[in-house]
Design a binder for this molecule. Structure first.
Ligand SMILES: NC(=O)c1ccc[n+]([C@@H]2O[C@H](COP(=O)([O-])OP(=O)(O)OC[C@H]3O[C@@H](n4cnc5c(N)ncnc54)[C@H](O)[C@@H]3O)[C@@H](O)[C@H]2O)c1
Length: 254
C-alpha cells in the first residue's frame, strides 16, 4: 500500500533554525510548505529541498498579516489537500533597548511577528488540520519566555505569550487530536548568531562557560526536539514547553 502523503508547514523557513527544520522534515519525506517573508529565501530553501527529489512549496507571507496567512494556507490546501504538522518558527531578534528608549514601532513588530503570527497561523491552519484528522503544532518559543532578560520588553513577553498560547491551543484542540507543544531554545548558533559572535555582540566564550553542557546550541539540537514532539513517542504530550539550552536556564550561578 502507498504511504499517505505527510504535509508540514514551517514559518520563517528561509534561514536559520527554520531552514534547518524544513530540510530535516523533507528528509523524512514530508511535503514542506516553506514560508518566509523574504521571497528569495523561501525560494532558496524550497529549491534545496526539490534538489533532493522531495516536495516543497515556497510560500511568501508575513505571518502577522491575516490576508497573507489565509492565502498561504489556502495554497497548501489546494496543493496537497491536508496538513499534518505546523511549526511556528518565524521571528526576529530584539534590539535590546531599555524600556524608556524602546521605539513603539519595534516593540509592536516584535509582538506582532512572534505572538500575533503564532496565533494567526495556528488559527487559520486549524480547520485544515481538523479535516486531516488531527496533527501536531510546535511553536518555537525561547528561554527568554521563561527567564527574564533585561532590555527585552517585547521579545520576552512575546515568547511568554507564545508559551501560554501553546497551552490554550493544546486544551482547545485536544478533542480534534491536535497536539500543541513548544520548544524553548537557549542560545543557538545560526548564521546570524555566528555574525553576532564575530562582532562581539554575543560573547561566545562567556556563553560556553555559562552553559553546563559546555557548548552553544545548534539548529540541529532544536530540530531533534521538534522531531521528538511530532513523533509517536510524544503521543501523550500536549501543552508542554521543552527547554533546549544545555542546562543554561537551570544554572543559578554566575
Ligand atoms: N537563534 C537563537 O539563538 C534563538 C534562541 C531562541 C529562540 N529562537 C527563535 O527561533 C526562531 C528562529 O530564529 P533564528 O535564529 O533561526 O532566526 P533567523 O533570523 O536566522 O531566521 C528567521 C526567519 O524568519 C523570517 N521572518 C521574519 N519575520 C517574518 C515574518 N513576519 N513572516 C515570515 N517570516 C519571517 C526571516 O526572514 C528569517 O528567514 C525565532 O522564533 C527565534 O525567536 C532563536
Amino acid at each position: 500500500m502507498k504511504d499517505k502523503l505527510k504535509v508540514a508547514l514551517i514559518t520563517g523557513a528561509g534561514e536559520g533554525i527554520g531552514k534547518h527544520i524544513a530540510l530535516a522534515l523533507s528528509k523524512e519525506h514530508y511535503a514542506v510548505g516553506v514560508n518566509d517573508i523574504a521571497s528569495n529565501q523561501a525560494e532558496a530553501t524550497s529549491e534545496a529541498i526539490r534538489m533532493t527529489g522531495q516536495k516543497a512549496l515556497p510560500l511568501v507571507a508575513d505571518v502577522s498579516k491575516e490576508g497573507e496567512v489565509k492565502e498561504m494556507v489556502s495554497r497548501v490546501q489546494k496543493t496537497w489537500g491536508r496538513l499534518d504538522v505546523l511549526i511556528n518558527n518565524a521571528g526576529l531578534f530584539d534590539q535590546r533597548s531599555p524600556v524608556v528608549d524602546q521605539e513603539m514601532a519595534i516593540w509592536e513588530r516584535l509582538i506582532d511577528v512572534h505572538l500575533k503570527g503564532t496565533f494567526l497561523v495556528s488559527k487559520i491552519c486549524a480547520p485544515l488540520m481538523f479535516k486531516s484528522g488531527g496533527g501536531r503544532i510546535v511553536n518555537i518559543a525561547s528561554i527568554a519566555g521563561l527567564v527574564t532578560f533585561p532590555r527585552t520588553s517585547a521579545y520576552g513577553p512575546a515568547k511568554s505569550g507564545v508559551i501560554r498560547l501553546t497551552q490554550i491551543l493544546a486544551l482547545e484542540w485536544a478533542a480534534h487530536n491536535i497536539l500543541v507543544n513548544a520548544v524553548a531554545p537557549g542560545y543557538v548558533k545560526t548564521e546570524l548568531a555566528a555574525k553576532l559572535m564575530e562582532e562581539g555582540i554575543w560573547d561566545e566564550e562567556a556563553l560556553v562557560k555559562r552553559t553546563p553542557l559546555g557548548r552553544i546550541g545548534t539548529p540541529d539540537d532544536v530540530a531533534k526536539a521538534v522531531f521528538f514532539l511530532i513523533s509517536k513517542n510524544a503521543d501523550f504530550i500536549t501543552g508542554h514547553t521543552l527547554v533546549v539550552d544545555g542546562g543554561w536556564s537551570a544554572y543559578g550561578f554566575i
